[in-house]
Write a protein of this length. Structure first.
Length: 292
């Protein structure tokens, strides 16, 4: 059953004076929660609808649509769209968003999971409280935040990427700012990050790994191509590249940062086309890497 809003209930949340007066003037008291937000969005008061969603939380309502095309959309429950989604403004969903086709929006915020059968495009923000999964690519001009990220194709992001869990990217990764993964990052192509590249577990790429700052991984780092950073390269365990491993001028290459020195030959070996010039820690092995 939908939540009913009353003026007394609303005042208890300390709304802004302007928003509250508009709510009373348009007689939204007594209406259900979603209906009130729909009225606000139609009137262009998207931030008021956002405030309601943030203060009253998600609902268990499920809405199914064939397609979604609107200037803005705020829905408190789970939204299922069998086709494409086109929302040039804000797309706010309290629970999960499931899209059968592709999604293109200005700003996307989903309380739980976001799954798409096509590509995801967002201008300023792509955010999910749970996982983001796209069968095709993910392209964000601004920030990307989620628990976990899975793409069938590439990831492109103009702002920072912050993931509490892992990232599994089918093709290349291109990030113009920092990329943080609480767990691991695996890419089916190259990884290029302009800012800091930091993963809590392992980092693996089928191409080069190139970074404009430090590269840091709690476990091992592995690349089919080169591993290059403008600053230091730090691996908690092993470090291997089919090409070269090179840190920036004046910076070092470190393997085995989380391993005792006695265990370096087994757990912190370094393999590459040639020995890194600035190798500070780890067990260098002369042989050519044997790739699985």
């Amino acid at each position: 059953m939908d939540m009913e809003l009353t003026q007394t209930f609303l005042r208890g949340k300390n709304p802004c004076a302007t928003g509250y007066r508009w709510f009373v003037r348009h007689e939204l008291g007594g209406k259900d929660y979603q209906s009130a937000m729909d009225t606000q969005v139609r009137a262009g008061r998207v931030e008021d609808a956002r405030w309601l969603l943030q203060n009253f939380g998600p609902t268990n309502t499920v809405l199914e649509l064939d397609h979604l095309e609107a200037d803005h959309c705020v829905f408190a429950g789970t939204l299922i769209v069998h086709g494409d989604v086109r929302v040039p403004g804000q797309l706010l969903v309290g629970r999960s968003l499931q899209v059968g086709g592709g999604l293109r929006a200005g700003q996307v915020e989903v309380g739980e999971d976001l799954h798409s059968g096509g590509a995801l495009f967002a201008d300023t923000l792509l955010q999910a409280g749970g996982s983001i999964k796209a069968a095709w690519s993910v392209d964000v001009q601004g920030q990307l935040r989620a628990e976990e990220l899975r793409t069938g194709w590439e990831l492109r992001c103009g702002g920072p990427v912050a993931l509490r869990g892992s990232a599994f990217i089918g093709q290349d990764v291109e990030v113009q700012a920092d990329l943080h993964c609480g767990k691991g990052l695996r890419a089916g192509g190259a990884v290029a990050v302009q800012g800091l590249l930091e993963v809590g577990d392992g980092l693996a790429a089928q191409g080069d790994i190139v970074c404009g700052n430090h590269i840091q991984a709690g476990w091992g780092i592995k690349a089919r191509g080169d591993i290059r950073a403008a600053c230091s390269i730090r691996a908690g365990e092993t470090l291997q590249a089919e090409g070269e491993i090179a840190a920036g001028p004046g910076y070092g290459v470190f393997a085995g940062m989380n391993v005792q020195m006695d265990a370096w030959p087994d757990c912190a070996w370094v393999r590459a086309l040639r020995k890194p010039q600035a190798l500070i820690s780890g067990w260098w092995e002369e042989q050519t890497p044997a790739w699985a």
